[in-house]
Design a protein around this ligand. Structure first.
Ligand code: HEM
Length: 398
């Protein structure tokens, strides 16, 4: 469909998250909207409201009756159409709780730690490959690979499948929203792939996420293949470019802020605190809801069927919620950010994402403590509901 989009004329009344200016640098847009009009709107995508204040976003995220999760990726496909319902992210209470409960043990803190050595091995492989090189791309050659390869290991498939996974995520998140044919086609392909994995594990067994799901019950009965395929679909989409963006933004920050890089080299114990700040300041994910009724938020009218965007990255730059919101302070202590969402749909993979980010930063700094950005003008970003750097060229200075 439309690849040629009209440039945004006014961020408060014509918002478009695919606008190249927004993709390159959304922070001045958030600052303008916070000052001028914290509930922006747009006639694009059939009509949407864009919430940018922490309080409004929290209110909408917690009010699952007025704001439904049945569609969470803003797209040209009208909101009255159903799309694939992926449990639990597209389910509202009371249907949301049981599928979430099914996934929780796999992603709890103790089980997540089992992946530590795998993550270390994956980071090591990528860092080894830079030996003898003067330069590398920390987004394309490092950040990109860790979550995709880990997902392949978790799914019990060869790491070589990760390229296919990343291509699917790109099509779903970046192309599908403005091209419904692509959205339909890639959804069908992914579901067919997941059904194939389930059939294989049913016959041959295994020790992976697919086999874990085979052993679970939903609402007191064995899960259908359809439910399992949709859960696997969600986990693939949810865990790859999100964490890739989180690692990439951290690398970009450290490559362009030598004082922070040196401090983390000297004080590695500060890395988890810095990771939280990178998550806050460069939050990769925003999602939408669909208004179930005519209503209002902060006095602004919202119509039934409108997209309502929850700008989690904007919430994290709201001066009412954070001191000096545009300052990236790697030792920030008060940091109850919304990068992993708010309310019942809060990220199930947050423990895993944090572990990946902490290890990726720690191992990079340990191996190449002096890296620096080569040319800020060559940095590029992904667009759509997940934003993060995709090209970060650095000199390794080893
Ligand atoms: C830095 C990395 C990540 C970020 C920033 C992130 C962000 C988010 C956000 C904002 C939500 C809330 C969606 C909503 O409000 O509708 C969410 C939900 C979710 N995330 Fe993550 N995520 C990350 C990594 C992961 C990983 C690694 C996984 C698993 C492999 C994962 C699995 C999920 C799932 C299953 C949900 C849906 C939970 C529910 O509906 O109850 N995420 N994530």
């Amino acid at each position: 469909m439309s690849t040629e989009r009209e440039p945004v004329s006014d961020w408060a009344t014509d918002f478009d998250h695919f606008d190249p200016a927004f993709v390159a640098d959304p922070y001045p847009v958030y600052a303008e909207l916070h000052d001028r009009c914290p509930v922006a709107h747009s006639d694009r995508y059939g009509g949407m409201k864009v919430l940018t204040s922490f309080d409004d976003i929290s209110e909408a995220a917690h009010d699952t009756e007025r704001f439904s999760s049945r569609r969470i990726v803003v797209s040209e496909t009208p909101t009255h159409r159903r799309g694939a319902i992926l449990p639990p992210i597209n389910l509202d209470p009371p249907h949301h709780a049981d599928p979430r409960r099914v996934m929780l043990p796999f992603f709890n803190p103790t089980n997540t730690l089992k992946w530590e050595q795998t993550i270390r091995d994956l980071c090591s492989q990528r860092l080894d490959a830079f030996a003898g090189q003067d330069t590398c791309d920390l987004a394309a050659d490092y950040a990109k690979h860790i979550p995709g390869d880990l997902t392949a290991v978790m799914f019990g498939v060869p790491p070589s499948e990760a390229d296919l996974f990343r291509e699917w995520v790109h099509l779903v998140i970046e192309v599908g929203p403005t091209d419904p044919d692509v959205e339909r086609d890639v959804t069908a392909k992914m579901l067919a792939y997941m059904h194939g994995l389930i059939a294989d594990r049913r016959q041959n067994g295994g020790d992976d996420l697919v086999t874990y799901l085979l052993d679970q019950e939903l609402d007191g009965a064995p899960m259908s293949d359809d439910d399992m395929a949709k859960m696997l679909f969600l986990l693939l989409i949810a865990g790859i470019d999100t964490t890739w963006s989180g690692i990439g933004s951290s690398c970009l920050h450290l490559a362009s802020h030598p004082e922070d890089r040196r401090r983390l080299v000297d004080e590695p114990d500060l890395i988890p605190t810095a990771t939280e700040e990178f998550l806050r300041a460069y939050s990769p994910v925003f999602v939408a809801r669909v208004a179930t009724t005519d209503t209002e938020i902060s006095g602004c009218p919202v119509n039934e069927g409108d997209w309502v965007m929850l700008g989690y990255p904007a919430a994290n730059r709201d001066g009412e919620a954070f001191d000096d919101p545009d300052q990236v302070l790697i030792d920030r202590q008060q940091n109850r950010h919304a990068a992993f969402g708010l309310g019942v749909h809060r990220c199930l993979g947050s423990n895993l994402a944090r572990l990946e980010m902490n290890i990726a930063i720690e191992m990079l700094l340990d191996r190449y403590p002096d890296f620096e950005l080569i040319n800020p003008d060559t940095v590029t970003y992904s667009s759509g509901n997940v934003r993060g750097p995709r090209v970060v060229p650095v000199r390794l200075n080893n």
